[in-house]
Design a protein around this ligand. Structure first.
Ligand SMILES: Nc1ncnc2c1ncn2[C@@H]1O[C@H](COP(=O)(O)OP(=O)(O)O)[C@@H](O)[C@H]1O
Ligand SMILES: [Mg+2]
Length: 420
């Protein structure tokens, strides 16, 4: 098969690495890719959201199958456009991707199937939202969420009424995040530990992957600003089979059945962000694709052929396959540019990558990298992903940190407490 992979981050380098191992992958293209992906695929300079250009490329180059990494093109309808052109695509249609594209939509689907999630209300009007806050959250914490795509910046966990009123002001009146804040969700604040449960689903059945824990804040101890993700690990010692089954039974399967009932079947990766409160899983949100960096720990542990699994997903034949993972552990560290997630420099030379990648039980996936005059340099906020594997979490962690210590670029930083 001739495969086109859409995206340019660490997640996509990881997917490219796993797709390349498939017996069915005869040619791999990436749009637009990065310096790491370029070692595995032919990179073409088309942006992930350039839907007509992607469809034209796929048609002209006899692409048999498209794999989409990021959410934006899916929410914008890339899978639909490819389908119309007769090209199968791994990733949900625009209607199904609304589970990520609109937090209000996701909450309404959850409510309809009685899936556990925080009590909520949806508002299109700031005055009504603030009146609701004054009535219900006078002395109780709440969470204010922009409905639309906000690249991880749209959620405000509020300790006081004042914080919540400010969040409504920022999102709906000032339009601090543009159209994303036209509508908002206000919900009760839950307490517990978070975990990410990614499932492969063909619209009929859903197969869970091992749960992952991710770290969103920039600094150790969950301090500092929110980022796209600074690291993650799997498996989770606290994710019992009973807990996973509860999440599948009360959340994932009912939601998938409901999407099928609405004639907008969900196919692809359904990523449930969960809060475990008193040993019960509650839904915080859905994502419509692999996480970045969650893919970086899951793909190395996935046994079997990713192309076969993805094709079975698209064709509604997941029941014919099995989703198997190695029982080993994986820890991913993100090496970031100094200043990220605010301003940072790019074009800084990266040293030590070769030695680090030769280590046993270490994989390195590129995120923001590029070649300049034949030299590998930084090209983004999140630069590299160092994945350590091991028979135990402690071993995987030690492998990741030893490798990270061999890599250097000016201003490089990473968290020291991943999987601790
Ligand atoms: N109801 C809630 N109670 C407590 N914390 C929440 C709640 N909703 C979201 N959060 C916190 O905010 C983070 C981001 O929210 P989420 O819904 O995952 O949005 P996004 O990932 O799109 O920013 C979550 O990972 C969690 O830490
Ligand atoms: Mg989230």
């Amino acid at each position: 098969m001739r495969i086109l992979l859409v995206g340019s981050g660490g997640r996509e380098h990881t997917l490219a690495w796993k797709l390349r191992q498939s017996a069915h992958c005869d040619a791999l293209y990436a749009a637009p890719g990065n310096a790491g992906i370029a070692q595995l695929a032919e990179c073409v300079p088309i942006a992930p959201k350039a839907i007509p250009e992607l469809v034209a490329f796929a048609t002209q180059n006899a692409i048999d199958f498209v794999v989409v990494g990021p959410e934006s093109p899916l929410i914008a309808g890339l899978a639909d456009a490819l389908q119309e052109a007769g090209i199968p695509c791994f990733g949900p249609t625009r209607a199904a991707a609304q589970l990520e594209g609109s937090k209000a939509f996701a909450k309404q689907v959850l409510a309809q199937v009685n899936a556990p999630t925080a009590p909520f209300a949806v508002f299109d009007d700031p005055d009504a939202a603030q009146a609701y806050l004054r009535e219900r959250f006078l002395d109780r914490p709440c969470v204010v969420k922009a409905d639309g795509e906000a690249l991880g910046k749209g959620v405000f966990v509020c300790d006081t009424l004042g914080d919540a009123l400010d969040a409504v002001e920022f999102l709906m009146v000032e339009r601090g995040l543009g159209e994303a804040g036209r509508r908002i969700v206000i919900e009760d604040r839950l307490h517990g530990r978070e975990m990410s449960l990614l499932c492969l689903t063909d619209g009929h059945i859903a197969l869970p992957m091992p749960p992952v824990r991710d770290y969103k804040r920039a600094l150790d101890g969950d301090r500092g600003p929110n980022t796209g993700g600074m690291g993650c690990y799997t498996p989770l010692p606290d994710a019992t089979p009973a807990l996973i089954e509860a999440a599948m039974h009360t959340i994932v399967r009912p939601v998938i059945d409901e999407m099928a009932r609405r004639a907008t079947p969900y196919r692809g990766v359904l990523y449930a962000g969960l809060m475990v409160q008193e040993e019960q899983p509650y839904t915080l949100e859905f994502n419509c694709r692999f996480g970045d960096p969650e893919a970086q720990v899951l793909m190395p542990l996935l046994a079997g052929d990713l192309v076969e699994l993805m094709v079975a997903t698209v064709e509604g034949r997941l029941h014919e396959t099995a989703l198997r993972f190695s029982p080993r552990a994986a820890v991913c560290l993100v090496l970031a540019s100094g200043g990220y997630p605010s301003e940072y420099r790019t074009g800084l030379p990266i040293e030590g990558l070769e030695q680090a990648s030769q280590r046993t039980d270490v994989l390195i996936f590129h995120a923001g990298t590029r070649y300049e005059d034949g030299r590998l340099v930084t090209g983004g906020g999140r630069v590299l992903n160092v994945v350590g594997l091991g028979d135990t979490l402690a071993q995987a962690r030690a492998n990741a940190y030893s490798a990270a210590q061999q890599i250097h670029f000016e201003g490089m930083y990473y968290r020291n407490d991943i999987a601790q």
